[in-house]
Design a protein around this ligand. Structure first.
Ligand code: ZN
Length: 190
């Protein structure tokens, strides 16, 4: 178990598609160690998720977790989830505007995400999961699966004028965003 270095935008591995793992690979010590490192690194950086290529491993694995965070009280909780070979598929056309950040990008910005998506993945034991997730949780899944396809949220920012550093976001945009997204979370239930 170790906290690993998180790579930043510009590193080629963030732009490479990742490789799916076989069932034998998932349960191998190497991949189990990688998963442990991803959890440690995500928690250390206080992120809601991290993809394997963000720590330099071009394999299709992401971990997600949102626990009580006084800084982001509007964020619905996500229990620790290890997603191997995840696939996200929208189940309708409803979208919302999210304001996203990323452990690999020193900016935040507005991105359109699907509200309702189906996620299929294997856990760290190789068990298959097939679930429907909504709202901010759905956005987190879309963000992490984008990483595994070599896509960063900045690619999806429709209006570059919404890009902001964290400091300027806190000073000028956070209150409006929290108000809007809290009403959204209440409406969709997650
Ligand atoms: Zn990210």
């Amino acid at each position: 178990m170790a906290v690993r270095t998180i790579l930043s935008i510009g590193h080629p591995v963030l732009r490479s598609a990742t490789r799916r793992l076989t069932d034998d690979e998932i349960t191998s010590p190497e991949v189990q160690d990688l998963i442990d490192d991803m959890v440690d690194t995500m928690r250390h950086a206080r992120g809601a998720g991290i993809a394997a290529n963000q720590i330099g491993e071009p394999v299709r694995v992401a971990v997600l977790e949102v626990t009580d965070n006084p800084r982001y009280p509007y964020k619905p909780q996500i229990p620790l989830t290890v997603a191997v070979n995840p696939v996200v598929e929208p189940i309708d056309n409803e979208v919302f505007v999210n304001n996203e950040g990323c452990l690999s990008v020193p900016l935040r910005g507005e991105v359109e995400r699907y509200v309702n998506v189906r996620v299929r993945y294997e856990d760290r034991s190789g068990n298959h999961h097939d679930e429907v997730v909504r709202g901010l949780t759905a956005a987190t899944w879309q963000h992490e699966c984008d990483h595994l396809d070599g896509v960063l949220f900045v690619d999806r920012v429709v209006d570059p004028a919404t890009l902001s550093t964290w400091e300027e976001f806190e000073a000028h945009h956070r209150d409006e965003f929290v108000e809007r997204i809290t009403a959204f979370v209440e409406r969709v239930g997650s």
